[in-house]
Design a protein around this ligand. Structure first.
Ligand code: SAM
Length: 213
């Protein structure tokens, strides 16, 4: 049992890291995030994943009712609210918004009013919650990815996933199949088109935009 637990943790640690170009090249779905000349457009940043996903969403998706599943402190929802999205957090652990964040466009620190808040459901995500939203997002929300795909398939909602590790997920990839590919394959089997994208932060930075067909 101890050995099984250790190997699950090993797989999880490996899957949480950034994904090699070799793995991406081997996948018809994921290879689309690679630049044709093999170069990256921008140097990788160490952090700022919320700001980078927010910027991607504002550029690619029209404002709608969005739930950030496993949204932690709620910075993603806060940023989206500033751009007139109806954004909520669903996360069983209630945390306050951060006091400040860096605006990547200006390079300046922006202070968040201590009285500011975002709508929150302090509860683990369940499928019925999808009915109140047009789009579900999950940034490194382990244990929620397959559940979100099932919920979105049932209620015909869109999903943006940046899956990290397989801990607490009900699917185990077959040998040689990367967890991200496994999630993409599962989404396709549930009737979604899969649009992969890559953000410029270190770690698992590949997102899957899932749209019901
Ligand atoms: C690794 S953290 C990621 C938080 C944030 N998205 C980020 O990128 O920093 C995972 C989050 O998922 C939340 N979580 C765990 N199980 C959950 C569930 N069943 N439904 C919703 N959120 C859950 C945890 O409370 C935690 O805030």
């Amino acid at each position: 049992m101890k050995q099984l637990f250790a190997s699950v943790l090993e797989i999880a640690a490996e899957e949480d890291a950034s994904i090699s170009d070799e793995v991406l090249r081997a996948s018809a779905d994921l290879a689309r995030v690679l630049q044709p000349d093999g170069k990256r457009e921008l140097p990788m940043m160490k952090k700022f994943r919320f700001q980078l996903l927010y910027a991607w969403m504002v550029e690619h998706v029209a404002p709608c009712r969005v739930a950030d599943i496993g949204g932690g402190k709620g910075l993603m929802a806060y940023l989206l609210q500033q751009s007139r999205w109806q954004a909520s957090v669903i996360d069983p652990v209630n945390q306050a918004l951060p006091a400040k964040y860096k605006d990547l466009a200006t390079g300046k620190q922006v202070h968040i009013d201590p009285s500011a808040s975002v709508p929150r459901l302090d509860h683990p995500f369940i499928a019925e919650m999808a009915t109140d939203f047009d789009l579900l997002i999950a940034l490194h929300a382990h244990g929620c990815n397959i559940l979100m795909i099932d919920a979105a398939a049932e209620h015909r909602r869109r999903v943006i996933l940046l899956p990290c590790c397989i801990i607490d997920e009900p699917l185990i990839p077959t040998a040689g199949v990367h967890w991200l590919q496994c999630v993409a394959d599962y989404a396709k089997s549930r009737g979604f088109t899969v649009e992969p994208f890559r953000l410029n932060f270190k770690g698992q930075n590949i997102g899957l935009y899932l749209v019901p067909q």
